[in-house]
Design a protein around this ligand. Structure first.
Ligand code: AMP
Length: 217
């Protein structure tokens, strides 16, 4: 089993690209944001704790997130594509330790780079399918659904994430800018570390990333 990692700021396209990649390659998409949102909607103990933190655009504590991730990895048989994890140096180190004790390999670590100036409009205009089994991602201007507020794929209604407001976005960027560089430094220099220009269309980004996985097959 191999674990691949997508890194980058909120709105860089990690979720969109991950969904395209798992449609093409035998990968399991593990988004810690999705796992936490699921816990919030189910009202689990972790969800109750995480709800306000997430809505405010802050990070959930490392031990909670690491625990959720390791539990999922223990049950996993396919290669995994992380989206939104790790987000801190502590998470990267804990993941590294976990993977080496389990004999799991780290694959690509892909840093999707997008200038901060374009991220807010991407996030504020984002709409997501309310059906968590679908979770398709739209954008009011860049990728509107065929029928307003209805998912093209499954017909469920679309929603605006609580943390996709302008205010929460700013707080998410503060968290990102405080944590990202030390975490990315943990991976930089690794032979499967890749920087990718994310300031392009989703399809262009997907083509670049697909190339990595094809060459690796
Ligand atoms: P995302 O869907 O990746 O944008 O994540 C949404 C929110 O979930 C973040 O703003 C955090 O509040 C929380 N979250 C997701 N992944 C992590 C993580 N690896 N560490 C801490 N908090 C996280």
């Amino acid at each position: 089993m191999i674990v691949h990692i997508l890194l980058g700021p909120p709105g860089c396209g990690k979720g969109t690209t991950a969904k395209q990649l798992v449609g093409e390659f035998a990968l399991t998409h593990l988004s810690t944001g999705d796992i936490l949102r699921d816990a919030v909607s189910k009202g689990t103990e972790i969800g109750l704790r995480a709800k306000a933190i997430m809505a405010a655009g802050k990070l959930v504590d490392d031990d909670t997130v690491n625990g959720l991730v390791f539990a999922r990895l223990r049950d996993e048989t396919q290669d995994v594509l992380f989206d939104g994890y790790p987000r801190t140096l502590q998470q990267a180190e804990a993941l590294g330790t976990f993977l080496s004790t389990q004999g799991i390999e780290t694959g690509f670590v892909i840093n999707i780079e997008v200038p901060e100036s374009v991220l807010e409009a991407r996030v504020v205009g984002r709409r997501v399918c309310s059906n968590s089994d679908c979770g398709a991602i739209y954008h009011l201007q860049n990728k509107p659904p065929k029928v307003a507020n209805v998912c093209d794929k499954c017909g469920s209604s679309l929603k605006h994430r609580a943390d996709d407001s302008s205010e929460a976005f700013k707080s998410r960027m503060v968290e990102f800018n405080a944590t990202f560089q030390p975490m990315a430094a943990y991976y930089r220099g690794g032979k499967q570390y890749r920087r990718v220009d994310g300031n392009r269309t989703p399809d262009q980004v997907f083509v670049t990333l697909s190339q990595f996985f094809k060459e690796n097959a």
